[in-house]
Design a protein around this ligand. Sequence first.
Ligand code: FE2
Length: 276
Amino acid sequence: MNKIEKISEKFLTDGWIILDLEAKKQSVAYEIRSTLLEELRKNWIPNLDSLDNYHLYVEDDGRHIEIQSALSKFYQESNFGPRLIEENIEFFKSFLGLDLHVQKFPYLRIARPDKPQDNIGIHRDTHYGSSPYELSVSIPFTENGAEGSLGVVSGTHLLSEAALPVEKIPSQDVEQGSVKHKLGFLYAPKIMSEEIRAQVVPIPLKVGQALVFSLSLVHGQEVNKSSITRFQSDIRVVNSMAPIQWERSVHADYYKPLCASAISLQAQIYNAANAI
Ligand SMILES: [Fe+2]
């Protein structure tokens, strides 16, 4: 069995894998980490020595959301997320196919220690209209260990929605179309049972690694229990032929083309020539 077959088998069983980013220490992940720190120093926290210590300077929730919103905009406009995927394109081509789309505006997550309001909790993205054809590539910019990392419940990606019931509750602090909603928080969160939430196992990662998982997998974090702030981004990648809902509520142009096979390209030219 070759490497990609082994990875595929693990993914099929567990719903997630850990990917060592191609360029390791030269990875775009390190560039993002240092650029985010630079931006924070330049605009908000001149004395910040490391992303780890962000929470020591930003206690107030309003100020935190203001900073996260501006920093997310900077992160998205810099095209860092798609660049990270491009850097590892050989892996994604062999794992997902030669025709791929990547999320255009990936979210930048910032979770301060002991602040449940900074997290969206434990969920499956299929609760909110996403498809199991979509992959989430979660990239950490801080190393939070077992207490502060995103967790998963292995094998849940194969279960029906009925097998994992949820309770829909209105959010206390997120309104549809609000700044927090645009940052990836939910205005109508669906809460999973205590039983399933208790089964979440954290997956600690180093900078230079990614957690790649199915959007039908139960995952997330309720509270960052480590002593440092968690900075992370999740970037979606999908096969261009997958039967998914391409337009979303917050960003209509949710995905952009990443790469295409010669077969697809020639078919597109043929179709255009024939007005199909
Ligand atoms: Fe999610």
